[in-house]
Design a binder for this molecule. Structure first.
Ligand SMILES: Nc1ncnc2c1ncn2[C@@H]1O[C@H](COP(=O)(O)OP(=O)(O)OP(=O)(O)O)[C@@H](O)[C@H]1O
Length: 689
């Protein structure tokens, strides 16, 4: 995210110090540009050595963003403070990549309004080239070898013409020696050409693969940095497609394609030069055909780029459908929907095929015309060259050389047109990649206040919280919800299915921000806290634990800040605390047992009564001295909580101890419990029938 640095004046320093904020003139205030609304602004916090500042705009003029107040540690500073700071000094970036941050600092003196000047976004073509920049030395060497190999290739027709002339014109006594020495020399030259070509291909391939590796890495990192709401809106299949298919296309465009394209370009250039050298008049006649082909290529490329983008979108949709159905195969099977799903997938694939057909028609026309023009070039060379030979303006060797050059130029033009079409495809596929890579997450990942251990008690407060999921803005989950959980207490949250119990936890983890209202931890708005730090202080035990497809030991170590430093003893201790050690030891490979995708091989949520007791016992032990929010259905769990909150109609409708709530005969909690008891009795009856 880009922002503006404001350098302090004496006035600013004095005002900040009056508010008990230690600072000096060398400190800098950070002004983050307003993006959408004032509320969003208030969430931005920057650390600046001795103090953290948070600034928010009051209004946005045509080109200016004014700051209303500056807040730090709960204090609001009046507008006068920052307006007296010396204005914009630099643009800076709060990117998580420190190198990138350092690079993006632009030292330029300007007024505040310059911070609102939109930063120039490089075009897609430039971005594609920027990807290749780190490989510049390898690519330069590759281009050097390309020049050597192309020079050899392109000198071949000239020397072969000489060989032909030697065969036809040498006196019989010199014939053998001239021919032998010419052929030996040519063999040496061709060997050098072959070696240079091999080096070129190797260097091009390696740099291309490095570019793809970097591209995939940046894309994956950019995806993982996005806020959770982004994943609600964007389907997994689509993201996987971008990561696999689109990067492959862009990669191909920059590797084999770039390599072949450069070779064609060099050879075509050299070929034309040699044609002009051998016979300028014949070359002028032949080259008339080039301008119309170039126009055709530009028009073709434009269409191809657009079709390629649509094809990639259609492919992403198909992958998305396949991924969703395959990962939910049990549901598909249970409803017997295999054929319906196949039908749906076929429709998506048909759409891709339709686009591919359009591409095929375009390609057919383009390659047909370029192929035809190649043959016409050869025919015209023979025609005009024959006439020139008849008038003795050309020898047979020269005509042969010219023919070979014309042939090479034809091949090179065909190679270059294929390069061009692949480049257009790469640019089409790249569009979506840049969109993803340039997307700035709505929440910071690792910015904000970090409390000292003694400051963290664990008191939770939800104050007037209103919230709707980003994808379903019209169905509010909470409206003016209020809930206080004292530090070190256990609060059970109950409510009918869909009342928002899990959503409460998501807000606390700051997976989403409330639309209005605040969630606080020990009085601190969690939007001011560093989300990374906040989450590292919240332990979650989910209803459906997710295991990654690696060993049990690796899964246990996953939550550690640095899993590589976790010892076997640490893992054993963690498992013992969770009462899981004996259970894990029973597996033949113990902690090295590899659990399958989503932990399917590890049957942990179908707990039997004994294991359930063990898990419950471990949880109760771990809950001691901690603030706990339990999303509870079981009476036994609810009974052990200090208080129970009942969610209904988008807010907390009842709150109190279990006994007090149960005593209210007309209360919601009582009804919920009666319903549960009734259902359990019914289940028992059904069992004994
Ligand atoms: N990521 C999401 N995007 C859109 N809607 C969602 C999302 N997650 C949950 N919901 C919807 O929000 C509502 C509240 O969901 P939530 O999971 O918080 O309820 P719950 O009380 O925990 O339900 P249960 O007891 O069934 O787990 C539900 O209607 C659910 O469908």
């Amino acid at each position: 995210m880009y922002g503006t640095m404001l350098r302090m004046t004496r006035f600013t320093v004095r005002k900040l110090q009056q508010c008990n904020i230690a600072c000096c003139r060398s400190d800098t205030l950070y002004h983050l540009p307003n993006r959408t609304s004032r509320t969003q602004w208030k969430r931005q916090v920057c650390k600046n050595g001795s103090f953290d500042v948070l600034v928010s705009p009051v209004c946005k003029g045509r080109n200016m963003s004014w700051l209303s107040c500056l807040r730090t540690r709960g204090l609001f500073l009046p507008k006068r403070v920052w307006t007296h700071s010396r204005h914009t000094v630099a643009l800076y970036s709060t990117s998580t990549d420190s190198k990138q941050t350092a690079k993006s600092v632009v030292n330029q003196e300007s007024k505040v309004k310059t911070s609102e000047t939109p930063l120039r976004v490089p075009s897609e073509d430039v971005k594609l080239l920027q990807l290749a920049y780190p490989q510049r030395w390898r690519l330069t060497a590759a281009v050097g070898f390309l020049v050597i190999s192309s020079s050899v290739t392109m000198s071949a027709p000239f020397f072969l013409g000489k060989v032909i002339d030697t065969i036809y014109t040498s006196p019989p006594e010199d014939f053998t020696s001239s021919l032998t020495s010419l052929c030996i020399m040519l063999t040496g030259v061709f060997l050098c050409g072959g070696a240079a070509n091999a080096a070129r291909v190797y260097l091009m391939q390696i740099s291309g693969q490095q570019i793809v590796r970097k591209l995939r890495e940046s894309l994956f990192s950019s995806i993982l940095m996005q806020e959770v709401g982004f994943f609600d809106k964007t389907r997994t299949g689509e993201l996987i497609n971008r990561l696999s298919a689109d990067t492959t296309i862009v990669g191909h465009c920059l590797t084999d394609n770039l390599s072949g394209g450069l070779r064609s370009l060099a050879q075509a250039g050299a070929g034309v030069g040699m044609m002009l050298y051998v016979s300028p008049s014949l070359a002028g006649f032949v080259l008339m055909v080039v301008p119309p082909i170039a126009c055709l290529a530009v028009i073709f490329g434009k269409f191809l780029r657009s079709i390629s983008r649509r094809t990639q979108d259609a492919l992403a949709e198909a992958t998305q459908l396949a991924e969703e159905r395959i990962s939910n195969i049990r549901t598909v099977r249970a409803f017997g929907k295999e054929l319906t799903e196949v039908q749906k997938y076929s429709e998506k694939v048909d759409h891709i095929f339709e686009l591919a057909k359009k591409e095929a028609v375009l390609s057919a026309g383009f390659y047909g015309v370029t192929g035809l023009s190649g043959n016409i070039i050869i025919l015209s060379v023979l025609y005009k060259g024959g006439l020139l030979m008849a008038s003795e303006a050309m020898t047979i060797g020269q005509l042969s050389s010219f023919l070979m050059y014309a042939f090479w130029v034809g091949i090179s033009i065909a190679g270059f047109s294929s390069f061009y079409s692949e480049l257009m495809k790469g640019l089409g596929a790249g569009t979506r990649l840049w969109e993803l890579m340039d997307r700035k997450p709505e929440f910071p990942l690792n910015e904000g206040l970090v409390l000292k251990p003694e400051q963290l008690k664990g008191e939770l407060d939800f104050c007037n919280v209103c919230f709707a999921y980003p994808t379903r803005k019209d169905s509010p989950i909470f409206q003016d919800l209020n809930l206080s959980v004292p530090a070190g207490s256990v609060m059970a949250v109950v409510g009918s299915s869909g009342s928002g119990k899990s959503t409460l936890v998501s807000l606390l983890l700051r997976l989403y921000d409330p639309d209005s209202g605040v969630v606080t931890v020990d009085g601190w708005d969690i939007r001011d806290l560093n989300p990374y730090w906040l989450r590292s202080h919240i332990g979650t035990v989910s209803q459906e634990p997710v295991l990654f497809s690696c060993s049990i030991a690796e899964n246990i170590a996953y939550g550690a800040a640095d899993p590589s430093r976790v010892t076997v003893e640490d893992i054993y201790r963690a498992a013992q605390i969770a009462n899981a050690h004996d259970f894990i030891q029973e597996f033949p490979k113990g902690y090295d047992t590899v659990v399958g995708e989503k932990g399917d091989k590890f049957v942990c949520f179908a707990l039997d009564a004994e294991n359930e007791f063990l898990v419950q016992e471990a949880l109760e032990r771990l809950m001691h001295g901690r603030t706990v929010l339990i999303i509870a259905h079981r009476l036994s769990t609810i009974q052990s909580a200090d208080a129970v909150a009942v969610l209904d109609q988008h807010r907390v409708m009842e709150i109190g101890s279990h006994a007090k709530l149960l005593a209210n005969g007309q209360g919601l909690f009582r009804k919920l419990m009666e319903k549960q008891a009734f259902l359990q009795a019914k289940q028992k009856q059904a069992l004994f029938k």
